[in-house]
Write a protein that binds this ligand. Structure first.
Ligand code: AMP
Length: 212
């Protein structure tokens, strides 16, 4: 099963990618996470991406396509994969087609943009184990501390208000056109991304079928 999770930042793609990975036994590939790891490791790619990411701008398409195609060569991808946050532009989608990166289904996380802005502003992340939390929707045992590993939680720089606004503009201008691109190929499935994690999981299961 080869999937793309499409939708604005904060729609719940990352959360549902964890569910799909466990339920259907396919790895989740998040270009955002790969880039954050490169920034943390201060690699040449990380240095190039850092400022763009902090502002909420996109990283150049050729870098993304190279990073993605290398990752897909790894053995865990041979039975399928979930692409979370990629493609983000028409150039990336067309580039993936040229590179013969196969896609069976595109799950389009459908959600009003004012809802995702509220979600992103309250998002907190654990810099150690990468767990994510929300100040309103997911109360912590101890405020500001990761329930899973005890580290102090942080706010992603691109979850600050100016970056969130820019990310929404970038989504509308560059990523939303992909909905039509995949609809025309007959691969698009809309998912209502409002509601609880379990409700969204159930909607995904209706489209993907019984877990393995
Ligand atoms: P995400 O975690 O998917 O929200 O990605 C965080 C940031 O990484 C984005 O705001 C972009 O700066 C960069 N990024 C992630 N995926 C892509 C992509 N497919 N194309 C361009 N930039 C990306």
């Amino acid at each position: 099963m080869k999937l793309i999770l499409l939708g604005p930042p904060g729609a719940g793609k990352g959360t549902q990618a964890v569910y799909i990975t466990e339920a259907y036994q396919i790895p989740s590939i998040s270009t955002g996470e790969m880039l954050r790891a490169a920034v943390a490791a201060k690699t040449p790619l990380g240095k190039e991406a850092k400022t763009l990411m902090e502002k909420g701008d996109l990283v150049p398409d050729d870098l993304i396509l190279r990073m993605l195609s290398e990752r897909l060569l790894e053995s865990d991808c041979k039975n399928g994969y979930i692409l979370d946050g990629v493609p983000r532009t028409l150039v990336q989608a067309e580039g993936m087609d040229k590179l013969n990166i196969e896609v069976d289904k595109v799950l389009n996380f459908d959600i009003p943009l004012d809802e995702v802005v509220a979600r992103l502003s309250g998002r907190r992340v654990c810099p150690t184990c990468q767990a994510t939390y929300h100040v309103l929707f997911q109360p912590l045992k101890e405020e500001g501390i990761c329930d899973k590993c005890g580290s102090k939680l942080t706010t992603r720089k691109d979850d600050e208000p100016a970056s969130i606004e820019n990310r929404m503009e970038v989504y509308l201008a560059q990523t939303q056109p992909l909905i039509t691109y995949y609809k025309e190929k007959g691969k698009l499935f809309d998912i209502n991304a409002l509601g609880s994690k379990d409700e969204v999981e159930a909607r995904i299961q209706e489209i993907l079928g019984e877990p393995v």
